[in-house]
Ligand binder design. Structure first.
Ligand code: SME
Length: 154
């Protein structure tokens, strides 16, 4: 059986890595850190809300991805619309899943809300079905908090 991920340790490492207040640098570092630190991922990145009801591709690791994504579509759109984490065990079972990379089988999308405004989402894809359990969701949500606290969004 695989050891559970030590998210407390990852949180300390990420906090140490994010030693600038610049959100752009920190978003790039966070996506690189996550794809290197967590196993079985094929895409990690941020989509930013820079236009009304639309997500624009931000810093990421993986294959070139779909852009833009309207709030009305896909797993990322649902996370933005509802401001709730979307954890999908099998993306093939989601009718409006947007397939950027045919290898993706499960997905976790976490909304990033700064002072009551949706700033964007963190999207993580895995080629393994059911890659993310409730502990992964809680741990990665805490890593998003670390990213938010480390960054200035002006
Ligand atoms: N699968 C996402 C689109 C983004 S890519 O996975 C990078 C979705 O359905 O919203």
């Amino acid at each position: 059986m695989t050891e559970p991920t030590d998210y407390a340790s990852l949180q300390r490492q990420l906090a140490a890595l994010l030693d600038t207040r610049d959100w752009l640098t920190n978003a790039a570092q966070t996506s690189a850190f996550l794809i290197e630190s967590l196993g079985d991922l094929n895409w990690v990145g941020f989509y930013l809300q820079r236009q009304p009801d639309t997500l624009i591709l931000g810093p990421f690791q993986g294959k070139p991805a779909c852009n833009p994504i309207p709030f009305s579509r896909g797993v990322c759109g649902a996370a933005a619309r509802h401001r709730e984490t979307q954890r999908v065990d099998d993306v093939h079972a989601v009718a409006d899943h947007i397939a950027c990379d045919a290898d993706s089988r499960s997905e976790l999308v976490i909304p990033i809300v700064i002072e009551g405004h949706l700033w964007g989402v963190l999207d993580i894809d895995s080629p393994q079905p059911s890659r993310f359990n409730a502990e992964d969701q809680a741990g990665i949500e805490r890593l998003c908090e670390t990213f938010i606290h480390a960054s200035d969004f002006d």
